[in-house]
Design a protein around this ligand. Structure first.
Ligand SMILES: NC(=O)c1ccc[n+]([C@@H]2O[C@H](COP(=O)([O-])OP(=O)(O)OC[C@H]3O[C@@H](n4cnc5c(N)ncnc54)[C@H](OP(=O)(O)O)[C@@H]3O)[C@@H](O)[C@H]2O)c1
Length: 238
């Protein structure tokens, strides 16, 4: 028997913005599953949320590990009989290098990992009364923003990272198109420049604000958009 509660998977949720997304979705009464490539870190993070009253669980998930990804649909079916929300948050940035190795590593996590996890879970999401996919992108993947405001992003315009997030935006648009006419909505989120291990200490935003765009897109109503790119309620250009 499927649980009556909405169930969400957040990838890369053992720390940073992903952990905060789990906390905020959990505070809305959603059952949250924290994906973490280090199982112990995921269990610890879920325990911390349970101590706050959140119905939190952990699943071992390296988005680049075929076995981890293949096990996901059975894991959700066995425990909850459903999956409603997928937040593809896990991501990396190789700021220091942009050789082909950095491209391979970055696209493996930021694009192929997202594609693999999403396709594995799409059958469950399609069964949901309100399936939602949120791809954690970045304004650094917005080619229009980068080219219309030269200099604004400085050294953060890293070829491998920008290419990975622009490609993720492409996946977002194409998947939303493919799923038009279904109950599944697919959108991309820019969290802002957020103080995390990835964003660095100079970032102006806290994770509390950084999580808000993804949380809003994960809980969109039936009349909400699909195939868009947003930051704090405002559309971003591609
Ligand atoms: N912070 C910003 O300013 C900013 C701006 C724009 C977009 N974003 C995006 O927001 C997302 C979250 O970033 P963040 O700032 O919270 O970064 P973070 O603190 O470095 O957290 C990244 C998370 O992703 C996980 N991860 C990385 N590769 C993974 C893999 N192959 N499989 C599973 N998990 C993996 C990490 O796990 P480990 O702990 O095991 O490393 C960690 O849990 C990323 O997609 C990032 O590109 C961030």
């Amino acid at each position: 028997m499927a649980t009556q509660k909405t169930v969400a998977l957040i990838t890369g949720a053992n720390k940073g913005i992903g952990f905060e997304i789990a906390r905020q979705l959990g505070a809305k009464g959603i059952t949250v599953v924290l994906g973490a490539r280090d199982e112990a870190k995921g269990v610890k993070a879920a325990e911390a949320l349970r101590a706050e009253g959140v119905d939190a669980h952990a699943v071992k998930l390296d988005v680049s590990n075929d076995a981890d990804v293949a096990a996901l649909p059975g894991w959700f079916t066995e425990r909850f009989g459903r999956l409603d929300v997928l937040v593809n948050n896990a991501g990396i940035a190789e700021w220091a290098s942009d050789d082909v190795g950095a491209f391979r590593k970055t696209l493996e996590a930021n694009l192929f990992g997202v594609v693999a996890v999403t396709y594995a879970l799409l059958p469950l999401l399609r069964e949901s009364p309100a399936g939602r996919v949120v791809n954690h992108s970045s304004v650094l993947g917005s080619l229009t923003s980068i080219t219309s405001a030269p200099g604004q992003f400085g050294d953060f315009v890293n070829p491998a990272y920008t290419t990975s997030k622009a490609a993720l935006n492409g996946f977002t648009v194409a998947l939303a198109h493919k799923l038009r006419g279904t109950r599944v909505k697919v959108n991309a989120a820019h969290p802002g420049w957020v103080k995390t291990d990835l964003g660095g200490d100079a970032a102006p935003l806290t994770v509390d604000v950084g999580a808000q765009t993804a949380v809003a897109l994960a809980t969109l109503g039936e009349d909400g958009p699909s195939g868009g790119f947003f930051h704090l309620g405002k559309p971003l250009p591609w």
